[in-house]
Design a protein. Structure first.
Lengths: 249, 389
């Protein structure tokens, strides 16, 4: 649990270094960690080449000319590169606005066959909630998708929806968030709880997610922090794999 | 739950329905620290189960008497009139919802939330949206309970007729419908996609079970409820459910749940009223019936009066609660989202609910009706239409 470690270090050295905005979001995110191992990622790191695919909808991108450079998949690539020196990290994004889990699932096999990633980050849920997809169909699509990814030899991270306080009373994401959480436990894949993280930031006052604005500064920082947290989870899960192997022996 | 003598209302029904209405209000305010106290965080079932069960119980109690005294036609007409009132209330709430969402759509912009703005798309097609809402197919967030109640009431007259004549047949038919629904996946379609969030074909089971209890079934169950074995099983199950729910909220605990149990248990389906949820509600009911006897003097104390008042005017207070949860969340977004505000909004909402219930009771009193009772139909109608005993 890296953010916990950060918090611990901050508490010990009582640090001016920790007061920096860039670190604040990591400590304020709460306990973000890997619940399950990622054997394919661990193997890829050992081979010094880690390919990651992000498949998702509009919230995996940011609008604007420089949007791709500041969205979380790019930040994930940068953070992984820093944390895994000597490993060639490449993150490719397939994001389509308004696409449901089922629509993503149908093209998942093709994407994975082309890109052969060790890890697929599957961001979904919001479009399904907006379009009122039956939560049961949503869950089945995710389940099928995880099957396809396992068959293709890739680890999976499920990423749930953003926390959006303004629209929270109008968009019922609960059933979809529950489906993702329960399925992640059942299939033993890592759930990256974006909703919980952003809510923790909002509650702690790290980011003002209520603001009506056209500026992209907050969006940029949010994506940067999400990318770095996700990188931490991936690295931790890879270590977990190696620890498991030792434990078996 | 022994059946009350005719004319005497079981205050526990009003009390727990009132509390359920408060919990539904709290649960409908997102990001509210106060809704950590609501029962859905400690077990599988939530306030909806309580509300549906007690609604079935009281509907059978009130309309069952009408059916015996004034006949099938009069009782059915009154049930359908009630269904119509609920429909009007639902449309009224929808209008308020549209006002709020239109305001937010026009005033909110943030590059982070381009995707979430998609929920405003339906405002571009008011023709389709409004018609689908009137058909009960388009139901915005948190507006699913009243349509369920409408369908349950609309289908209730024949079920009540059967339950009065052969209670076991009625309950058996309800259980059969529930099982067939699970087997064949029946549900009503929704707009723009999917199905009803509360599947009426599944949720009718609790409503009919409540009605069955209200018509004397509770008396038949009394020996079972009094058995210490039942109580022990109920408590064990409640503890089990509480432990499972904790693993959802506290990271790291999920490793303690064995895989076979997860495979068997998940998903716990709210839409189709999962058996685990029904069992949880039943266990809760067993415990409550044991802890709170019907003749408990404290039921008449003024400390419980606020909840009982709310429970006695459930439709009005339910609608008010949905409105207040919109308004409360709106205030939190526009003014302040701090913990003090969350607690304040929650308390204020409950106070407004209680005050309104008291006001409705007062209106009924000055109009010559006691709270909780239905007005008797005009004598002429009874003799013209009432064929039954």
């Amino acid at each position: 649990m890296r953010p916990l470690a950060v918090a611990l270090i901050c508490a010990l050295i009582g640090g001016a270094a920790c007061a920096k905005d860039a670190e604040e979001c990591l400590t304020a995110a709460g306990a973000v960690g890997a619940d399950f191992a990622m054997p394919h990622v661990a193997a890829a790191i050992a081979r010094k080449r880690l390919d990651v695919v992000v498949i998702g909808s509009a919230s995996s991108e940011l609008a604007g000319a420089s949007g791709a450079n500041i969205a979380y998949p790019t930040r994930l690539e940068a953070a992984l590169g820093k944390m895994l020196p000597g490993v060639a990290v490449k993150v490719t994004t397939y994001a389509r606005p308004r696409e449901t889990a089922e629509e993503m699932e149908t093209k998942l096999s093709r994407i994975v066959a082309d890109a052969k990633p060790a890890l697929v980050v599957w961001q979904t849920g919001t479009a399904d909630a907006i379009r009122g997809i039956d939560p049961d169909d949503f869950r089945l699509a995710l389940d099928d998708g995880i099957d396809a990814l396992q068959a293709a030899g890739a680890d999976t991270v499920l990423m749930n929806m953003q926390y959006s306080p303004r629209t929270e009373a109008m968009l019922a994401v609960g059933a979809y968030a529950d489906a993702m959480r329960m399925l992640a436990l059942q299939r033993e894949v890592v759930l990256f709880d974006r909703f919980g993280i952003m809510k923790a930031w909002n509650d702690a006052g790290v980011f003002d997610l209520y603001a009506a604005t056209r500026k992209t500064d907050v969006a940029e920082q949010v994506h940067d922090c999400l990318g770095r947290l996700l990188a931490g989870v991936v690295v931790e899960a890879a270590k977990l794999t190696n620890a498991d192997k030792k434990a078996i022996r | 739950m022994p059946i009350p003598a005719p004319g005497e209302r079981d205050l526990r029904l009003d009390l727990f329905r009132g509390i359920a209405l408060w919990l539904i209000f709290l649960d409908h305010i997102p990001s509210n620290i106060v809704n950590w106290i609501t029962i859905r965080n400690y077990g599988f079932s939530d306030a909806t189960e309580i509300f549906v069960f007690i609604s079935g119980y009281t509907a059978a109690f009130v309309y069952g008497r009408a059916m015996r005294e004034h006949g099938v036609v009069v009782a059915s007409a009154r049930i359908l009139k009630r269904a119509w009132q609920v429909y009007v209330a639902h449309v009224f709430l929808f209008a308020i919802y549209m006002a709020e969402i239109s305001y937010v759509a026009a005033s909110f912009e943030n590059p982070l939330y381009g995707e979430e703005m998609g929920i405003f798309d339906f405002l571009r097609q008011p023709d389709i949206t409004l018609v689908q809402a009137l058909l009960l197919k388009f139901k915005p967030a948190n507006m699913d309970v009243l349509p369920l109640y409408i369908v349950l009431l609309a289908g209730f007259p024949p079920m009540l007729w059967i339950l009065i004549r052969a209670p076991a047949v009625g309950l058996g038919a309800s259980l059969l419908l529930y099982l067939l629904t699970w087997n064949f996946g029946w549900n009503l379609p929704a707009y723009p996609n999917g199905y009803w969030v509360f599947n009426p074909f599944a949720w009718q089971l609790l409503f009919v079970f409540g009605a069955w209890c209200g018509l004397g079934g509770a008396k038949r169950l009394a020996p079972l409820i009094r058995s210490p074995v039942t109580l022990a099983v109920a408590i064990l199950y409640l503890l089990f459910a509480g432990a499972i729910v904790m693993t959802w909220y506290i990271p790291g605990l999920d490793h303690f749940v064995p895989k076979w149990l997860e495979d068997w248990m998940y998903p716990i389906d709210k839409t189709n009223l999962d058996v685990l949820r029904v069992a949880h509600f039943m266990a809760l009911a067993v415990l409550i019936v044991r802890l709170v006897p019907q003749q408990w003097p404290f039921l008449r104390s003024r400390w419980l009066r606020p909840a009982i008042l709310c429970g006695q005017h459930s439709l009005e207070i339910f609608c008010l609660g949905v409105f207040l949860s919109f308004a409360g969340h709106f205030a939190m977004v526009e003014i302040n989202e701090g913990v003090a505000m969350q607690v304040g909004v929650s308390l204020l909402g409950i106070i407004v609910m209680v005050a309104t219930a008291a006001l409705i009771s007062w209106y009924k009193r000055i109009e010559g009706r006691s709270p909780g009772s239905r007005p008797g139909p005009p004598g002429a109608a009874a003799t013209l239409l009432g064929g039954g005993a």
